[in-house]
Design a protein around this ligand. Structure first.
Ligand code: CDP
Ligand code: CDP
Length: 214
């Protein structure tokens, strides 16, 4: 099993950095946040409540969910034969995703699907709990951060409504696998770095450890 775990709060640069890093080293790229977003999208589509654990679990039981790695070396998730890519970043999903992600039954389901993906081949996986809870045994852990102001500016520049401070607060304070820095993670402050600059910093840390070509 070869997994590079990239965790951090919203707009710290996880997706941009992880997808670039994966391309550069020939690993598959997995965005675990998309899985939480897809489940949230499905629960909203069913018209179920996101603030009740029972209702979330019941909605999940009615959905047929599967995931895998596509030929482009990027993970995908299918719900009832649909791939809900475009809708995943919409503001309704942003507003409800942290509530849904706090439900232990949702986390168990997604975490076991994520672990299964690592059997297919080497991965760069981004999320909130990849280094702390999904693959605590991987020695390759990074935690990306940036100041709250810069992260808010980055999200605003992308358009769309996203209360990232509220999501960060819920993600860090939940009981089940909260967002936190793993004791053995390498922390990278991305506030003043370009995406390539962050990827380079990660590669500098990985190369001497033999997991990526020199
Ligand atoms: O891209 P951004 O950082 O804004 O969000 P994301 O990675 O797409 O994750 C969306 C939400 O899913 C987060 O706010 C968390 O509530 C949840 N999530 C999680 O709980 N655990 C993960 N490993 C990944 C995401
Ligand atoms: O996945 P996460 O929410 O952590 O962040 P992202 O979606 O990769 O990045 C959020 C936005 O910040 C994107 O528009 C990136 O292009 C931008 N970004 C940046 O300007 N500088 C960085 N070092 C990292 C990301």
């Amino acid at each position: 099993m070869k997994v590079i775990a990239i965790d951090g709060p919203a707009a710290s640069g996880k997706s941009s950095v992880s997808s670039q890093l994966a391309k550069r080293i020939g690993f598959a790229y997995v965005n675990s946040g998309f899985m939480y977003r897809a489940v949230t999208w499905e629960i909203l589509r069913q018209g179920a409540r996101t603030d009740s654990e029972e209702s979330v679990i019941a909605a999940l039981a009615r959905a047929d969910i599967s995931c895998g790695i596509g030929p482009d070396q990027v993970s995908f998730l299918r719900i009832n034969n649909e791939i809900p890519d475009a809708a995943l970043k919409d503001s309704e999903v942003n507003r409800h995703v942290s509530q849904v992600s706090a439900v232990p039954g949702v986390r168990n389901l997604i975490s076991s699907s994520l672990r299964a993906l690592a059997e297919v081949g080497p991965l760069v996986m981004e999320g909130r709990d990849i280094g702390t809870a999904v693959f605590p045994e991987t020695p390759f852990k990074f935690y990306l951060d940036a100041s709250p102001e810069i992260r808010q500016q980055r999200r605003e520049a992308e358009g769309g409504a996203d209360q990232i401070a509220a999501r960060d607060q819920m993600d860090s304070s939940r009981k089940a696998a909260p967002l936190k820095i793993a004791a053995d993670a390498h922390v990278v402050d991305t506030s003043l770095l370009t995406i390539d600059g962050v990827v380079d910093a990660i590669l500098v840390s990985l190369r001497p450890r033999g997991i990526v070509p020199k």
